[in-house]
Design a protein around this ligand. Structure first.
Ligand code: UDP
Ligand code: MG
Length: 236
């Protein structure tokens, strides 16, 4: 298998080294042909230095002009990726990298394969705190109502795209923040790529970058913006 792995990273100096080590060990064991793309999202700590320590080992670091958002970062990764399959994963590996194998089981039937925390077989090892998990129950309701009627969990940070799907979608991606996952899936549907949602295991890392009130507000607003963009033909 051929795989590009994108890691969006904002102030991840404490988590990123362990994550890259785990991913490298896994990829070498599997003998996949791979590249890792760390997208440094305007970090003010030593995230970049930490990632550059590995730079002789099929790892590249892209630099955003500032803190542009997770969506913006993944887009840069999609545009730069060269392998046949492209995964993005959070820097905290809340979904273990071994779940890539689970994703690869579906490559014959789907071109977008997404981790889900909300299917009967999903395994949540460490739960999110109360406020966040409450938001995590309300948001998907609106996602289903407004844009993606059958998606159980649009927000899991572990998604695999076939090369052509990632490139086509990245071209039209406009949402820079945390609602970008919804836009990715909406566009995948629109362009006729088949999405397969699969149960994964997941454990919360409490060092979250999400600011529950302001980011939640933006995420709801961005749902409407996706509808709006679609109505005005910006995704055509
Ligand atoms: N992230 C980013 N830019 C930001 C905020 C977050 O690239 O402005 C990255 C972050 O470094 C991580 C991923 O997005 O790799 C998910 O962030 P986090 O783990 O804080 O989110 P949560 O697990 O709380 O959903
Ligand atoms: Mg996290």
């Amino acid at each position: 298998m051929e795989i590009s792995i994108i890691i969006p990273a904002f102030n991840e100096e404490k988590r990123i080294k362990k994550t890259i080590e785990a991913i490298l060990a896994y990829l070498e064991r599997k003998k996949y042909s791979y590249e890792i793309i760390v997208v440094n999202d305007g970090s003010t700590d030593k995230t970049k230095d930490a990632a550059l320590e590995f730079s002789n080992r099929k790892i590249s670091v892209l630099d955003n002009p500032g803190n542009c958002g997770k969506g913006y970062s993944v887009k840069q990764g999609f545009l730069a990726a060269t392998k046949k399959w492209i995964l993005f994963t959070d820097a905290d590996l809340s979904t273990p990298i071994e779940e890539l194998e689970t994703c690869f089981r579906y490559t014959d039937i789907a071109s977008v394969i997404i981790g889900s925390r909300n299917l009967p077989m999903s395994h949540i090892a460490v739960k999110q705190p109360f406020l966040r998990s409450t938001f995590g129950k309300i948001f998907p309701f609106f996602v289903r109502l407004l844009l993606l009627p059958d998606i159980r969990d649009s927000q899991c940070g572990f998604k695999l795209f076939r090369h052509d799907a990632a490139k086509k979608i990245a071209e039209k991606q406009r949402i820079p923040g945390f609602c970008f996952d919804v836009e990715l899936l909406f566009l995948a549907r629109k362009y006729g790529f088949i999405i397969q949602e699969i149960p994964v295991s997941w454990s919360n890392d409490e060092r979250s970058k999400i600011r529950i009130f302001s980011d939640s507000f933006h995420m709801f607003f961005d749902l409407l913006k996706i509808r709006w963009n679609s109505f005005y033909g910006r995704y055509a």
